[in-house]
Design a protein around this ligand. Structure first.
Ligand code: NCD
Length: 313
């Protein structure tokens, strides 16, 4: 049985395979519309979410499966003090696969150790967010056609932004990548990423504070929200939250093929006037995310092929 806790749990070949499947689902959705008939996905969300939870639910419903779950810790037995390991043991009796989001780093990993069904990490604190990474990889491959030789700028909260950590990990496995890390000093990437991934693999990267200087060099600009909920001090958050705002004027510094991605939700960091720019792909990203999650569910349930279902299904 496989789980998805970190983007590195899958080989690059497996990722290619999942993204091929996602592209095929997008092309021929009717072929997959009943692949999960009779299967149940549990969404265990201990932290707020709109896109990720609904994307999982929509993915399972479009595969013919059903969903159950909870959308906040307050409405689950966590409020009574139940541990993640007990909850997942119980959920294993009700569902065939589970997607979990939790404010604590490592929570999904703990769940996977006690589960008898595949567990998908839908975000664990400021640590990892591997299904956003599948979404991002599917977006990049669909628009750019490949992963090699790209200069990717990550801008905003690189310290707490788990989507950034997961995507840097995943992209570091492809050849000739270059990263420009744009943030204030206080919100730079964690040391473990710099040392264990970038330095160790000899990946060229720069840590800079100016978005304007970086923009002309980028193939991809990955904007992020300052992660208010992970700050210890409100004043610190208020001081840092509006340092980077992508406007139409700034977009004139970017090349004609530079795409702008964002995991969403957006707060102030991309002005709405940028939404109409054809290089802004963040709403398309949401759509790619649904197909990536559909493919992931099929992969983890071993249902990629139609199997012996009657032709009429
Ligand atoms: C991200 C997350 O939850 O980490 N959102 C998402 O899943 N699309 C990014 C964020 O909350 O800023």
């Amino acid at each position: 049985m496989r789980h998805l806790i970190s983007p590195l749990d899958f080989t690059t070949e497996e990722i290619d395979h999942i993204l091929d499947l996602a592209a095929d689902i997008e092309r021929r959705p009717e072929r997959y519309a009943h692949r999960c008939d009779g299967k149940v996905l549990a969404t265990l969300f201990y932290e707020p979410s709109t896109r990720t939870r609904l994307s999982f639910e929509s993915a399972m419903l479009h595969l013919g499966g059903q969903v159950l779950g909870f959308a906040s810790a307050d409405s689950s037995s966590a409020a009574k003090g139940e541990s993640v390991s007990d909850t997942i043991r119980m959920i294993s009796c009700y569902a065939d696969i589970a997607a979990m989001r939790h404010p604590k780093e490592g929570a999904a990993m703990v769940a996977s150790l006690h589960a008898s069904i595949p567990v998908i990490n839908g975000g664990d604190g400021g640590h990892q967010h591997p299904t956003q990474t599948l979404t991002d990889l599917h977006t990049i491959r669909s628009i750019k056609g490949h992963f090699s030789g790209l200069t990717v700028g990550f801008c905003g909260d690189l310290k707490f932004g788990r989507t950034v950590h997961s995507l840097i990990n995943a992209l570091s496995r492809y050849p000739d990548m270059k990263f420009i890390l744009i943030s204030p000093k206080e919100l730079r990437i964690p040391d473990y990423l710099r040392e264990n991934v970038l330095e160790k693999k000899g990946i060229p990267y720069e840590e800079v504070t100016s978005l304007d200087n970086a923009l002309p060099k980028l193939d991809i600009l990955y904007m992020t929200r300052v992660q208010k909920e992970r700050f210890f001090s409100e004043d610190e958050y208020l001081r840092l939250r509006d340092l980077y705002i992508l406007t139409r004027e700034k977009m004139s510094l970017a090349g004609p093929d530079c795409i702008v991605m964002h995991p969403l939700p957006r707060v102030n960091e991309i002005s709405v006037e940028v939404d109409d720019d054809p290089r802004a792909v963040y709403f398309r990203q949401v759509n790619y995310g649904k197909f990536a999650r559909m493919a992931l569910i099929l992969f983890l349930l071993g249902l990629e092929e139609p199997g012996d279902l009657p032709e009429s299904l």
